[in-house]
Each structure stands twice: as C-alpha cells, then as structure tokens.
Design a protein around this ligand. Structure first.
Ligand SMILES: [Zn+2]
Length: 426
C-alpha cells in the first residue's frame, strides 16, 4: 500500500501533462496537448495571412512547453484570442459602419465594396429589384487588431447573422412547445435553453417566453413594381316581383366577376414583404351584378273573411268532400293545370313535405289550435318540414303524383284529427 499510493499519484500527475504556448518568455495559453496548441497557432497565422494578403512576421519565437496543470485548459478560440492580444499587430483596414457603429473590418475598400455588393445582391432578385440598406452604411479607414480583420466571405456571414434580437412570445390556447418553436423559427432545445423554467406540462396561456433570434446587422430593403390582374367581386341585388308568389325566388341575371389590372409598389425587408401599396389600377371589365327576383304575390281568400283559409290554388272545386262511389272523399279536388302554384291556406309550420303513398308528393301544414291543412298530388314542393310559412306563401306546384287521374290539387282540412269539409273553410 505504501508503495502503491505514490505511484498512483505520480501517474495521475503525469496524465495531467498539458502543453503551454509560449511567445518569447510569456505563456500565451495552456492547451490540452501539443497537437491542439500547434493547430490553433497554425490556423491563426494562416487566416491572418489570407485576410491581410501579406506574410505575418512575429517578434520573438513561438515555443511549446509541457506543463502540469489541473482544471480547465484553453481551447482553440481562447488560444487564438490570447495570441492576438500578445502579438499586438495593428492593421490599416477599411471599416464597415452602420449608423455610425463599426460592424466589420476588411483589408481594404475594394474588399468592403465586395461585402456590401454581396449583401445587396442577396435580395435584388438577380438585379430585377431596387435594393438599398435600411441603415446609413459608410466605409472608413480604421486600424484594427489582426483578430478583428475578416475576409469578405466571413464579413458577409457575420453581417447577415451576427446580430441578436430579443423579443417575447405569449403562449396562446392550444400551443405546444413545438408550435411555439415553429412559430418563432427556433429549435425546441434553444427555446428551452433561453427559458429554463419552461415546462411543457405546466405552460399557461398568456405566459411570456423569451425569444432570442439571430438577425442581420444591416437590413436590406428591396422594392419592385408588381402588376397583376385581379377579380372584382359582383354584387347581389334582390328585386321584388309581384308576378311571383310569396316565397318563390327566381334568378333573373347570373352575376359575373369583373377584372382589373393593379400596379403595386412592394417593399421587402431582408426578403420578407413589409409593405404593398396600390400605385394605380385600371378596370378591364366591370362586374355584372347578380339579380334575384323575390315573389310578393299572395293568393287571396276565395270568399274573403278574416277567419277563412286562403284558397290554396287557382281553379274550381271539381270533386266535393263526402261520399264518392261508396267511399269517403276526405278533401276537395281543385282543378288546376299541371305546375300551377299552390299556397299556404294560413300561416303555420310545415309538418311534412314528401311522398306518401296514394297522396303522392304531399305537404302538411299545422296552423295551431289543432288545425292542419294537406296539399296532395303535387309536382314540386318549395318548403321543408319545420319551416315557417305565411298565409298565401308559395309552397309548391300542382301535379298528378300518387293515386291521381290527372293534374289537380287534393286539399284537406283536418281539425283535431278529424277530416272536415274544406269548402266550409275556404
Ligand atoms: Zn281528392
């Protein structure tokens, strides 16, 4: 045991051997191992030479020395950052400024113009749209550290995605975490990172969620003229027509949409439409209104009188109520040409409207107080069960359906379930 413990300690100690990057006599950073250290240094100088377009000479020599260090060590970025601070070279460069604030620096004005052109070209629809920056963008000579210099491609990427915009999202009814993530265009894990208290099980309507999205450091405004043909909707006009019976409707003129040519001025911000303004419009064809005739004509009671039923159709009674060939005729037959209008004898509610055996197409209307009227052998019905009708309202047309020898209206009056002679009522 006594021998073992020190060996373990030494082994543990050796396994912690790291690699220090040393410039002159100063330690720049401690890397996990020599491979990481060399790669970071190599990459730093290669990039600097590429961006500045000239060889970079450093005062003093860069050396690698094994050291023992517990705890955290520097990664690639930290090594390069420390190196930039220690090397301390300043470069004459061109700064790109937005609203007075420097957002990127490149080696010269030519590189800067290339950056701006690339940014604008992203949203100019291959030159078809007019583009400009939303912010005041200027180029100025600056002096920067090597680590702050970018090549044009890096500068474009940085300007397009380098900003962050903080906003909030309010949870709506039925929202899931995935709905919200889709709405704000962020992955679910990013959403949870920014809102550690958020729990999908206990989300509340109205709860505010913090959203942090990347955004450009300068915005590109594109504008263009959009000429398009659009439909003009037609109006619907109703016209009262006393040649039609109450409740009857007829299409007099079919509506037709018109057409117009509209010129819009469209503005987009970073490719997203933000404004659309009508510049001018020209009607190519006017719309044709739809005209519908609405019946207003009522059939009046044959014999008048307040308590009387309205006469249900035109024509005379050809077969009365009572015994006919040894059988009870439960109503009256009123002669009428095929298709003559039939109207409700009194205001009421339609009980049934449909085919019923010997009655053929038949409508029953309840008038309250136990009074029901029945209209049989119809060719068409214009009402549905449950529908309210007015006295004199058009309900269908005469025909010869069911057990019938020719077109006529068979009309019944039923009071408390008992058939009455309709002639007493009409
Ligand atoms: Zn009959």
């Amino acid at each position: 045991m006594l021998v073992c413990v020190p060996i373990i300690v030494i082994l543990a100690f050796i396994s912690q051997a790291r690699c220090a990057v040393v410039l002159g006599n100063e330690v720049v950073a401690v890397a996990p191992d020599r491979r990481v250290a060399e790669a970071a240094v190599e990459e730093y100088f290669t990039r600097l030479e590429r961006i500045t377009g000239m060889p970079v000479k450093v005062k003093g020599e860069i050396k690698y020395r094994p050291v023992w260090k517990f705890g955290t060590v520097a990664g690639k970025e930290e090594i390069q950052r420390n190196l930039a601070a220690k090397v301390d070279c300043r470069y004459e460069a061109t700064g790109i400024f937005a609203d007075g604030k420097m957002i990127a620096a490149v080696k010269d004005a030519k590189a800067a113009k290339k950056v701006l052109d690339t940014l604008l070209h992203t949203y100019d629809n291959d030159g078809a749209w007019k583009v400009s920056f939303k912010q005041k963008v200027e180029l100025k000579p600056v002096e920067v550290a090597g680590s702050d210099l970018m090549d044009p491609e890096e500068a474009v990427e940085y300007i397009r995605f380098g900003g962050t915009r903080a906003s909030t999202y309010e949870i709506k009814e039925g929202d899931t975490l995935w709905d919200i993530a889709a709405a704000v265009q962020l992955p679910v894990d990013k959403l949870l990172q920014a809102n550690p208290e958020l729990n999908p099980e206990t989300m509340q309507i109205g709860q505010q969620i913090k959203i942090s999205q990347t955004c450009p450091l300068v915005d590109v405004i594109s504008t263009y003229r959009d000429t398009r043909r659009e439909e003009i909707l037609y109006r619907v006009q109703e016209r009262v027509d006393d040649s039609l019976y109450l409740g009857e409707r007829k299409l007099v003129q079919r509506g037709k949409p018109g057409e117009r040519e509209v010129v819009y001025n469209v503005a987009l911000e970073n490719g997203v439409e933000i404004k659309r303004k009508v510049l001018k419009q020209k009607v190519i064809t006017e719309p044709v209104p739809q005209i519908i005739a609405k019946g207003s004509r009522k059939l009046l009671a044959f014999r008048g009188g307040n308590s009387r039923l309205a006469y249900p159709t035109v024509g005379a009674v050809t077969s009365p109520f009572g015994n006919r060939h040894g059988r009870l005729h439960r109503g009256v037959d009123i002669a009428a040409n095929y298709g003559s209008p039939v109207v409700a004898a009194e205001a009421g509610t339609v009980l049934r409207a449909g085919y019923r055996g010997a009655y053929g197409l038949c409508i029953d209307i309840s008038h309250g107080g136990g009074v029901v009227t029945r209209y049989a052998h119809l060719s068409s019905a214009a009402v549905k069960p449950g529908q309210r009708v007015e006295r004199g309202q058009f309900i269908g047309r005469t025909g010869s359906s069911g057990n019938s020898t020719g077109p006529h209206l068979h009309f019944e009056v039923i009071v408390n379930g008992e058939h009455k002679n309709p002639s007493l009522f009409i």
